[in-house]
Design a protein around this ligand. Structure first.
Ligand code: FES
Length: 74
């Protein structure tokens, strides 16, 4: 699981890129998307859909901060 913080929102995504299995957690956030470092596939933080390759994507898990801890529903 790759966990990101965008301002006050916690985003938890499957940490396995559908392209070649790389870690999304090694990427960075740019314009509301996670960008993979190796081949630059991009995934929307909103829903995990891939904006580079139509029909691809990763699962987004419900997540929130409670009492300074990150909770993720799996
Ligand atoms: S492994 Fe994800 S972009 Fe290549």
């Amino acid at each position: 699981m790759a966990v990101f913080r965008a301002e006050e929102t916690i985003i938890a995504l499957t940490d396995r890129c559908p392209h070649a299995g790389g870690s999304l957690g090694q990427g960075w956030i740019e314009e509301g998307e996670v960008v993979r470092p190796l081949h630059r596939w991009r995934f929307k933080l909103l829903d995990g859909c891939c904006s580079t390759m139509r029909g691809q994507g990763v699962h987004r898990f419900p997540a929130q901060i409670r009492q300074d801890q990150i909770w993720v529903l799996v």
